[in-house]
Design a protein around this ligand. Sequence first.
Ligand code: RP5
Length: 201
Amino acid sequence: EVLKRVAEITGEENNASWSNLAPQVAIIMGSDSDLPTLKPAAVILKQFGVPFELTIVSAHRTPDRMMEYARSAADRGIKVIIAAAGGAAHLPGMVAALTPLPVIGVPVALKVLDGVDSLHSIVQMPVSSRFVFECRWVRELIGPLQRGIPVATVAINNSTNAALLAIRILGAHVPLYLQKMATYMNSQKDEVLTKVEKLEK
Ligand code: RP5
């Protein structure tokens, strides 16, 4: 079912050749209505040849599934989680609280509030430094600056950047991904320089 979905959104009939590998990135979202927003992330991961899985995990509607999913992710070989949600977007923060893996949050814009609610829900992690520092004076000294459970939040609806960031994180241990990232960056540079040349002609 998941493979079918990935094939659907990446526009390819057969993903078996690469998706048979153990997924390194997990793309999860609060609802299937988030799927169009996550499509660019899936396309980028596919383009870079990064095996990923993609599914729906709702913090509010399937809390038990969310806990099970987040707690088992690292043991299943997942290295980075991209979590997207809209509105009261608690999924990325809750998942980050349940796994030591890096979590990248994608705020999804809904029809009201233009996604600012989602952005603030994801970026403003409210976990107190109390859990991190046992010593009271250290807590009081740096408490306001320290929070403890980070979510690397990208811009509203920007799942492309979420995927690129995930690949950079993986690239710390996989030189091939760094090479591919350098090539990707060069192609962006060339694209701009071509436009400059055209404009200045
Ligand atoms: C969030 O509520 C989801 O991430 C989605 O962005 C939003 C609306 O969900 P649906 O009502 O479309 O299922 O949990």
